[in-house]
Design a protein around this ligand. Structure first.
Ligand code: FDA
Length: 392
C-alpha cells in the first residue's frame, strides 16, 4: 500500500479532531482506522426505529463546555438543541431532584427551610464526624453532607457503582459532594450545553467529510494481516496518532491499567413515556442497577417523529472491567497512577507516535476535554511531526 501522511488509530472525538485539523492546516492525507464497525468512538449513537429514540450506544452523552475554543469548534459541524440536563432519583418510593438542592432537602425532611436554615442543618449533621480523618468513603460522605442525606442519596448508589460496600472503599474516591442551598437543579454549571441537533453520528461524519480523509472500520491496529498495523507503519516510518489503550500498545508488559465498565440492559415499554425524564437514578440497594436512561426524553424537540406509544430504557449495571470489556472509567488508584506514569514515559519515547484520548492517556475525559486536548495535541505534537516529514 501507499501510506498516507498520517494514520489515526481510533475514530473517536480525539482521532476525528486531529484528522480534521491535519487536513485543514497541513493539507495532509489522513487514514483513520477503528476496530469497531462505526465511527464516533464512545460518543456514537443510532436511531431506534420502533420508538424514534436516539440511543447513545456507550451510555448517555450530554455535551457541555465553558471552553470557547471548543464551543466554536464543535459548532462548525453541528447545531445544538436547547437541552438542559436534569437528573432525578428514586429513594424509598419517592422521586427527588439531584444534585441535592434545597428542593431535595425540603422534600426529604418535609420542611420549608430557607437556604441559611438548610445550610445550618447540614453542617450540624455533618458535625457527627467533624475533625476526624475519614477512614473510608462512608465516613467521608457523612462528614461532607451528614448521615441522613448521605445514606439516602449517595451510599447505596456509590456501593452499586463500585460493587463494593462504601465502608470498604477508600475515602479518596469522593473529594466533595455538591449541595445547593437554592432550587437550582440544573446538572451542569457550564456556559454552553445541548445535544447535537441531528444526532452525534451526523456531527462526527461532518468532521471528516473531506476526500483527503479515508476510513477503515473493523480494522485492528494490532492485526498484522491488515496494512495499517503497528509493525508495518513503524517500519514504513508513518506518523501515527494512537487513541487506543496505552497498556495494550505495549502488550501489557508492565501490567494492566484498571477500569470500571457498565453493562446496559435494554427494556422496552408499551407506553409513550416511562419515567417522564431522561435519567432516573435509583438510590437504594433493592434496585440492582444504578440508573436508567430513557433516550426519547433527551430530544423532546423530536416528539413529532417519535412513537407516542413505545419507549426504550437502558438500565446501567456497573462493575470492574476485565480485558475483554469496554473500559469506561479509570479506577485510578495510587498503583494505577504509578503504572500509568511508567507507560506514559514509554509512550513519550515512541518515535513518530502521538498518544491521546481517554484510553491513550488513561484519563476520564468529557467530550469537551477530549476535543480541547486534541486541538492542542495537533498544534504541539502532530503539526511539527507532519512538517518534519514534509521537509524530508
Ligand atoms: P473513544 O473511546 O471515543 O475512541 C477511541 C476509539 O479507538 C474507539 O472507537 C475504539 O474502538 C478505537 N480503538 C481502540 N483500540 C483500537 C485498536 N487496537 N485498533 C483500532 N481502533 C481501536 N462525555 C461528555 O462530555 N458528556 C457525557 O455525558 C459523557 N457520558 C459518558 C458516559 C460513559 C458511560 C462514558 C464511558 C463516557 C462518557 N463521556 C461523556 C466521555 C466521552 O465518551 C469521551 O470523552 C469521548 O468519547 C472520548 O473520545 P476518545 O476519542 O478519547 O475515545
Amino acid at each position: 500500500v501507499e501510506y498516507p501522511d498520517l494514520v489515526v488509530v481510533g475514530a473517536g472525538l480525539f482521532g476525528l479532531t486531529v484528522a480534521q485539523q491535519a487536513v485543514e492546516h497541513a493539507g495532509a492525507r489522513v487514514h483513520i482506522i477503528d476496530v469497531r464497525d462505526h465511527i464516533g468512538g464512545n460518543a456514537y449513537s443510532y436511531f431506534d426505529e420502533e420508538t424514534g429514540a436516539e440511543i447513545h450506544k456507550y451510555g448517555a452523552h450530554l455535551f457541555h463546555t465553558s471552553n470557547r475554543r471548543v464551543w466554536e469548534y464543535v459548532n462548525r459541524f453541528t447545531e445544538f438543541t436547547g437541552y438542559v440536563h436534569r437528573v432525578y432519583a428514586t429513594h424509598d418510593g419517592v422521586v427527588y431532584s439531584l444534585p441535592i438542592n434545597l428542593g431535595t432537602i425540603n422534600q426529604f425532611f418535609r420542611a420549608h427551610y430557607t437556604p441559611a436554615e438548610a445550610q445550618a442543618l447540614i453542617e450540624e449533621q455533618a458535625g457527627e464526624l467533624a475533625g476526624t480523618d475519614p477512614a473510608n468513603l462512608n465516613d467521608k460522605g457523612i462528614q461532607l453532607i451528614g448521615r441522613p442525606l448521605y445514606e439516602a442519596f449517595i451510599k447505596n448508589y456509590t456501593g452499586k457503582q463500585w460493587q463494593t460496600d462504601p465502608a470498604e472503599l477508600p475515602a479518596s474516591i469522593i473529594k466533595r459532594l455538591p449541595v445547593r442551598f437554592n432550587y437550582d437543579n440544573r446538572y451542569f454549571k457550564d456556559t454552553w450545553e445541548g445535544l447535537p441537533k441531528d444526532g452525534y453520528t451526523k456531527w462526527m461524519e461532518r468532521m471528516i467529510d473531506d476526500p483527503r480523509i479515508t476510513v477503515s472500520l473493523k480494522t485492528d491496529f494490532f492485526d498484522e494481516s491488515q496494512p495499517y498495523n503497528k509493525k508495518a507503519l513503524r517500519e514504513a516510518g508513518v506518523p501515527v496518532v494512537y487513541t487506543g489503550p496505552v497498556d495494550r500498545y505495549f502488550d501489557y508488559e508492565l501490567g494492566d491499567l484498571k477500569w470500571r465498565t457498565v453493562d446496559f440492559k435494554e427494556v422496552r415499554y408499551d407506553e409513550g413515556d416511562h419515567f417522564g425524564c431522561p435519567v432516573m437514578n435509583f438510590s437504594d440497594a433493592d434496585v440492582p442497577y444504578t440508573r436508567a436512561i430513557e433516550f426519547k426524553n433527551f430530544n423532546p424537540e423530536r416528539r413529532e417523529q417519535q412513537n407516542p406509544d413505545k419507549t426504550v430504557v437502558w438500565e446501567e449495571y456497573s462493575r470492574f472491567a476485565d480485558r475483554g470489556d469496554e473500559p469506561y472509567y479509570p479506577i485510578n488508584t495510587e498503583a494505577d497512577k504509578a503504572l500509568y506514569a511508567q507507560y506514559e514515559a514509554k509512550a513519550a519515547a515512541e518515535p513518530k507516535t502521538v498518544f491521546g484520548g481517554r484510553l491513550g492517556t488513561y484519563k476520564y475525559y468529557d467530550m469537551h476535554n477530549v476535543i480541547d486536548t486534541a486541538l492542542t495535541a495537533y498544534e504541539q505534537q502532530v503539526a511539527p511531526l507532519l512538517a518534519a516529514e514534509a521537509a524530508k
